[in-house]
Design a protein around this ligand. Structure first.
Ligand SMILES: [Zn+2]
Length: 258
């Protein structure tokens, strides 16, 4: 019964709403998920299992009851920790559409000068359009822009803008939903939400990125394309315990400016 209620809540409410409810919600549900079968590398808690999230048969065991991270957040967190200078060097960071599991954690990092940006979110530090970033060239060490580019009409321009504001040797993380079986497919004439959902996976997506995504990053001018396979170097039992990726999410993508 309780699982049904949770399942209902996580499919009905947006993650933003769940996040607002999460403080009360968390205290309520964490005891129910008490256990040690799964573990979240972001909030370092362990549980009997993760919460269900989304629709369909693959919705079970996804969302961390501790910090509301999903698979991709947990993998990215490990990547930042194990393969970058993110938590060690003094860096200026611009985070577009900041993901909730990261927001407070990154803000607390003493080594980061951390700024959040969004097109219209009132909780972001600054309002920015990723296709026309009102910031000087060479101004940030790190840009994080996840699950944004599939919504943007001209993703190539957005990537060029991200490249422009990066300092030399700066890097950007740009995760998007990818269908590894196809090449990127976009059709700007499709504006009907139902048709967009059918073709691109969600009512407000304007393209479906595919296996050629690294070329897409290179085409925007990045001097080095980041395609990181940390996922595959993690033992399978740990990948399973932390639930680190759904199909198509096994790689971390981004680009570096030389
Ligand atoms: Zn967590």
């Amino acid at each position: 019964m309780f699982n049904k209620i949770i399942s209902f809540a996580t499919s009905k409410f947006s993650r933003q709403t769940l996040i607002k409810l999460s403080y009360t919600f968390g205290f309520m549900i964490r005891p129910v998920f008490w256990g040690n079968k799964v573990e979240c590398p972001v909030c370092k808690r362990h549980f009997r299992k993760f919460l269900p999230y989304g629709y369909g048969t693959a919705k079970d065991n996804r969302l961390c009851p501790g910090c509301l991270s999903l698979e991709r957040h947990r993998l990215l967190y490990l990547y930042l920790k194990e393969k970058t200078n993110f938590f060690t060097d003094n860096l200026t960071v611009l985070h577009f559409a900041p993901e909730q599991p990261f927001l407070k954690r990154f803000r607390k990092c003493k080594n980061l000068k951390y700024t959040t940006a969004d097109l219209d979110s009132p909780i972001a530090d600054i309002q920015l359009d990723v296709t026309k970033i009102d910031l000087p060239d060479n101004s940030y060490d790190v840009v994080i822009c996840n699950h944004v580019l599939e919504h943007v009409t001209d993703a190539n321009i957005a990537m060029k803008e991200i490249y422009r504001i990066l300092k030399p040797d700066g890097w950007a993380i740009m995760l998007v939903p990818i269908n590894p079986d196809i090449d990127t497919f976009e059709d700007p004439s499709v504006t009907d939400p139902k048709e967009r959902e059918r073709l691109f996976g969600q009512y407000d997506h304007v393209r479906q990125f595919g296996r050629d995504y690294p070329d897409y990053i290179a085409k925007a001018g990045f001097d080095e394309v980041i395609v990181d396979d940390l996922y595959y170097s993690i033992p399978e039992k740990d990948r399973e315990r932390m639930k680190l990726a759904r199909p198509g999410e096994e790689y971390i993508y981004g680009g570096r400016k030389k």
